[in-house]
Design a protein around this ligand. Structure first.
Ligand SMILES: Nc1nc2c(ncn2[C@@H]2O[C@H](COP(=O)(O)OP(=O)(O)OP(=O)(O)O)[C@@H](O)[C@H]2O)c(=O)[nH]1
Ligand SMILES: [Mg+2]
Length: 300
């Protein structure tokens, strides 16, 4: 019989390249928020894949970007700190790039420094013509000895096994670190917070969604009248200013209702039970530079 293999695989790349979309595809569960906005992921999230002969622990990280405040700095520190601890790095870039941009260059330098085994994933190939890829692959192959370079679309299920096979090939023998029932290190509370934030990111515009964080204050499991399991969840959306609060609540409370409804539908699907969600909005100025809050996002 083949020896059992295991290892930690960090997913790193610029903001918005599709890291969280990819971890959700690989794990087969919705564990990380996805949005067409920069800086969606704020901390490292683990996703576990169990295969017949291996256990792969993925780490989704905040995207690399130019920091503007303490939270940004913490996010980037978190991302880079995962590299030396990983067995394999999944470096994701966008197929639409023509060359190595500033952000990708910084990441590449960190990878070179760490000398980690790295697989380069070129994501969003649905957006480009095949010919363009060859040039990009060529540019990157001159920079580092990647274990593999795989053009993918994180939207497409067919790439799941291809990526997992390539990773497994590069893993060393090792034990299963996590129970095979587990698929993430996120608690239900954290998953609820991420879901609400994802909906706020999607529905709100401009600077408002980047200045929010969610705190689930209460999560109670009970039976409803039909004897079904139902979670009563109470959450607060914190934002930076009174004007933001007005936007989040919206006219006649419409926006908050939309955010709440979308989050509830997602949670019911992902948790597999009914959810009764209540949300509030509060202002907390300057929290982006507040140590005690920002520390919540530090890697554990
Ligand atoms: N066209 C296309 N879009 C994609 C693909 N994969 C992801 N996206 C989109 O890219 C956007 C960003 O995806 P995320 O997974 O949130 O990106 P991320 O790298 O985790 O971003 P940060 O957390 O901010 O670092 C979302 O709108 C996704 O739907 C793909 O293969 N093709
Ligand atoms: Mg992300």
């Amino acid at each position: 019989m083949e020896e059992f293999k295991s290892g930690f695989v960090t997913i790193i790349g610029r903001t918005n390249v599709g890291k969280s979309t990819l971890i959700n595809l690989l794990v087969g569960e919705k564990i990380a928020a996805i949005a067409n906005k920069v800086q969606t992921t704020r901390t490292a999230i683990k996703g576990i894949v169990n295969r017949e002969n291996s256990q792969i622990i993925f780490i989704d990280t905040p995207g690399i970007h130019k920091p503007k405040h303490k939270l940004n700095e913490t996010m980037i520190e978190t991302s880079f700190s995962t590299i030396p601890d990983s067995d394999i790095v999944l470096f994701i870039i966008e197929a639409t790039s023509d060359d190595i941009g500033r952000g990708d260059r910084i990441i590449l330098d960190k990878i070179k420094e760490s000398k980690r085994k790295t697989i380069l994933l070129i994501n969003k190939i649905d957006l480009i013509k095949r010919e363009k890829l060859l040039n990009l692959i060529d540019i990157y192959n001159k920079e580092y000895k990647f274990e593999a370079v795989i053009p993918i679309s994180a939207y497409q299920e067919k790439y799941r096994e291809i990526i997992l096979d390539e990773i497994e090939k590069n893993l060393k023998p090792g034990p299963a670190y996590y129970d095979i029932e587990e698929y993430t290190d996120q608690t239900l509370r954290q998953l609820a917070e991420e879901t609400i934030r994802e909906k706020a990111l999607k529905l709100l515009q401009d600077e408002v969604p980047h200045g929010i964080y969610i705190e689930v204050e209460k999560m109670n499991l009970r039976k409803n009248k039909q004897e079904e399991d139902i979670y009563d969840i109470e959450a607060t959306i914190y934002c930076l200013r009174e004007s933001h609060k007005g936007i989040i609540i919206g006219k006649n409370g419409e926006m908050l209702k939309r955010i709440g409804r979308a989050a509830r539908i997602d949670m019911e699907k992902n948790f597999g039970l009914k959810v009764n969600l209540k949300t509030w909005v509060k202002v907390k100025q300057d929290w982006l530079d507040n140590d005690s809050i920002v520390n919540k996002f530090k890697i554990k």
